[in-house]
Design a protein around this ligand. Sequence first.
Ligand SMILES: [Zn+2]
Length: 272
Amino acid sequence: MSGSACACVPGGYVPNPNGAGCVEEQYTLSEPQDQTRLPDVEPGSSREVAARVTSVQTGQPKQGAVVRFRLDVDLTSGGHDHGETYGRRSRGTISGCVAESGGTPDTYDCTTGADGYTGFTFNAPDASGTHTFTANCISHACSGSKTFNINVKVDGLVPIPADPALYTFIGGEADKKHHDNHYLTDSALSQLVVMAINYHFLYPDEPVLHLNDASLVLGGLFDKDGDWDTPHEKHRRGVVIDIRANTTSATSLKNCLKILSSWLRIQNWLMA
Ligand SMILES: [Zn+2]
């Protein structure tokens, strides 16, 4: 026989579904779904994130519950093969909640409102990669743990395809901090290929162009020294690449740059 609702203390006890009397109300993290992947966010920008606590017995929202969020990051994600060898990687920050009182790094406590939701703003770092949030409800009679993730990335970057007749790759050797360093936008890639074709046509006996650092696979900060600090300032969005012409003739490279600038002028004229 079930207990009577009027006999239970409101806001803490509910009728016992399995017998007489009341039982303590239990709460749980009901949103987001575990292992949810949130929409991508650009490096250095922010995204709103929400979690919700509800009653296990009634499904009603729970106000005043505290959800503890921990930020983490896949240390080598985004092409940063060096991980934390030369410095600590930023996890990003949360605003709208308070830092955990014990001083645990990258950990924040957020309190639910009347609708059971607590929200925060995730401020993405400049480096691209895969970030993880782990949420735990830490209030009395509240349980549940959810892990969800978000990719910090610049959209639309593509790998430069291998074409040994036109160019060769450098800069990703074993002793370098980033081994996968040749990503561009479609537009920049088209311009690069045209330049390489022209260069090879004009100087068929010279070595092909050597392509050094472009952007990393997800774009964002390119800390060439692997210390999360000293970036290639202009290598974040797939529109810049370092090129070396290993030619014996200084005029070859000069002419090559003239070809490129002419091509850019033509393209800009066509797009105007
Ligand atoms: Zn790096």
